[in-house]
Design a protein around this ligand. Sequence first.
Ligand code: G6P
Length: 369
Amino acid sequence: DAVELGKYRHYMQKEIFEQPQALANTLEPIAGAGAISPQIFGAEAVDVLKATRRVLILACGTSYHSGFTARYWLESVAKIPCTVEIASEYRYRESVPESDTLVVVISQSGETADTLAALKHAKSLGMTKTLAICNVPESAIVRESALRFITRAGPEIGVASTKAFTTQLAALALLTLALAKINGRLSAEQEAGYLTQMRHLPVAVGKVLELEPEIEKWAQRFAGKHHALFLGRGSHWPIAMEGALKLKEISYIHAESYAAGELKHGPLALVDKEMPVIAVAPADELLEKLKSNLQEVRARGGELYVFADAGSEIAESEGVHILHMPEHYGMLSPILHVIPLQLLSYHAALVKGTDVDKPRNLAKSVTVE
Ligand code: G6P
């Protein structure tokens, strides 16, 4: 391979640790800027974003999870209605097109057959305002889109996507801010605050990566399990989904994710001491609700592994393991919270001895249906 492994054992590990640099590169358009400029999405972006009344996000796999996270941002910060749909479903269902929609397609490779077909389908329905968020500049999906934002994650070799995901989130955060600004939803002070936070992101991610030795210990306890349940709420529900996907993909442990409030409507029946439950617990407005969901798990003997922001006051006790993340990182918190989940699945796979970079039955880019 042209890309060297260097000091790393696997490409996936290397790519996880490249995230601070990948984010810094992707956020380069705002590096020296005092304000967010819609032109980072293309020359015609100002007019397109001004006319946008709703957003439809289409993607597959990990890219679908970044889109799902962005839905929370777009509705809460930019106040734009947003739907997110799996590309393979969208392309074959009868839907109701709205011409004031911005269609956002997200893809690491830019070649995923279902995503490309979904984009063409949306266009055939008259939705011509399209934006590709993609890691490969000359790809089919980019060529097919009116606007584009190229993530600068660099080549991603590991089949399980990591740095592509976090850079997609960075791009989607920029889109959220651009739309918020154009719609008069962002004060100059808020804009400056978000930009400062975004510029600090590579350092913040670097700090989370330092948790690796502790996560490695957790992974030892996981590797012997057959099932795992990932819980999150709000914009961290898609992060729980991504955590479950990563674990399935490379360690072959069956993992499911749930919005924590849904526990009582089914998955609680599965919880016993053999079922590790991983909780994504940012110190946000839903924390108290999440804590009571976790008590429900504990009461059924479930072993909890909680990624909690400092200050969230969830105490270690028997069957409750806590790893402390840095302070709550506001809107961008999902970008930090996915990092330990990537590391957890990587180390669980190492313990199990699977082919981390090339998991069975999976392809890096699915260019056929
Ligand atoms: C495959 C890969 C996933 C990826 C998905 C979408 O299934 O194994 O890691 O998330 O395709 O790929 P894309 O290139 O469109 O983001």
